[in-house]
Design a protein around this ligand. Sequence first.
Ligand code: ATP
Ligand code: MG
Length: 264
Amino acid sequence: MTALIDIKGVRHAYATAAGPLPVLDGLEVSVEEGGFCAVVGPSGCGKSTLTRLVAGLMHPDEGEVWLHGERVRGPRSTVGMAFQNPVLLEWRSILKNVMLPLEIVPNGLKGNAAKERARHLLSLVGLEDFEDKRPSELSGGMRQRASLCRALVHQPEVLILDEPFGALDAFTREDLWQTMHNLKEKEPFTGVLITHDLREAIFLGDQVVVLSGRPARTQYVMNIARSVPADLEELYTAEAAERLNILRHQIEIAQGRAPQEAAQ
Ligand SMILES: Nc1ncnc2c1ncn2[C@@H]1O[C@H](COP(=O)(O)OP(=O)(O)OP(=O)(O)O)[C@@H](O)[C@H]1O
Ligand SMILES: [Mg+2]
């Protein structure tokens, strides 16, 4: 089976006043349809750059990015994105914020069908009673739920999440992890999740990719067989502890704090 997302041998350097800044150097990431790939790596190593490549917002100097068997050569409206700070428009209600991508993508649902679609997603994340509120009337966790609905409303072929839960407190974050599992079950998608939280990576991902320090290459890949339904208790098993240990060690290697030869 061919992967839905295929990043092959990607190299990239940003042009800066001080000269080229190599950011990616041999990036290999492959995500099957329906897969959820968590990407971890040192700060500044190139994770957000990776998301821009998948969304077609920039081109790599070398290598290829493929989505659904098509080479990515420009911005893709079939990608849904959510970020650490949900950028919701204050002058629109929550419902209208969620409907926004449908107004932008070609052949998006219109009128009542668009409303029903947005309402359906809001009910999946427990926001059915908040559709008429403005973003500032919601808590941070609720705003992030709305932002996830907006990213999924046009049934994107890929959902890209760049540290979406980073600004939330620990309990709200765990709530949102459960929400993600619930959403994935009801609205299957193929996803890439950038995160600094290793527990989040092993709880949500079926694959965890560790990037090396800048310029980033794919340093280590861990595959995780997901049990359904997911349960936070999974994070307290010996198996989870073992996974976290391996990943923590890989991050130390990526940060240059542990010997390189231990990398796989
Ligand atoms: N448009 C740009 N022009 C020049 N340099 C850039 C640009 N965008 C990012 N960089 C640099 O490229 C490197 C990688 O940036 P990127 O945002 O991809 O890192 P990241 O892994 O997402 O970091 P963080 O974990 O802090 O979010 C950083 O050193 C950053 O300063
Ligand atoms: Mg980033």
